[in-house]
Design a protein around this ligand. Structure first.
Ligand code: SF4
Ligand code: SF4
Length: 113
């Protein structure tokens, strides 16, 4: 089974996915193998842990990614609320993905769609 960690925008995780009032899209995409989760093919996929960026202005985001990495996940996905919907104005997703990947040795996928 592929264990997935989700790194989310704190603002949206509290408020819900952009434009809705619940936090659901990453879980829907993972369990139904949509978007970036399609590539896992027939392997079971489960979101086993989530973490927020730590809040604005995003100074804790790499540490939060490392927290996820320590929870035994196989892959970290940077959530849709951080990438596709409303890009965070405080940091670049590709840069933090590379940094977390380099420090943890765990692949980091930018986005879910
Ligand atoms: S995009 Fe993912 S982490 Fe962000 S609010 Fe929606 S379900 Fe939650
Ligand atoms: S730093 Fe960026 S990702 Fe984190 S809560 Fe603020 S806007 Fe969202």
């Amino acid at each position: 089974m592929k264990k997935i960690g989700i790194l989310a925008c704190e603002h949206f995780m509290i408020k819900g996915c952009p434009g809705t009032d619940v936090c659901w899209k990453c879980f829907d995409f993972a369990s139904n193998k949509k978007g970036q989760f399609e590539k896992y093919g027939t392997e079971d996929v489960q979101v086993t842990v989530t973490a927020t960026c730590g809040g604005c202005p995003g100074t804790r985001v790499v540490k939060r990614g490392m927290m996820l990495a320590k929870q035994g996940v196989d892959v970290i996905h940077i959530a849709g609320c951080l990438v596709q919907e409303v890009p965070c104005p405080y940091f670049d997703n590709n840069t933090i993905a590379k940094e977390i990947e380099k420090k943890s040795g765990i692949p980091v996928v930018v986005g879910i769609e």
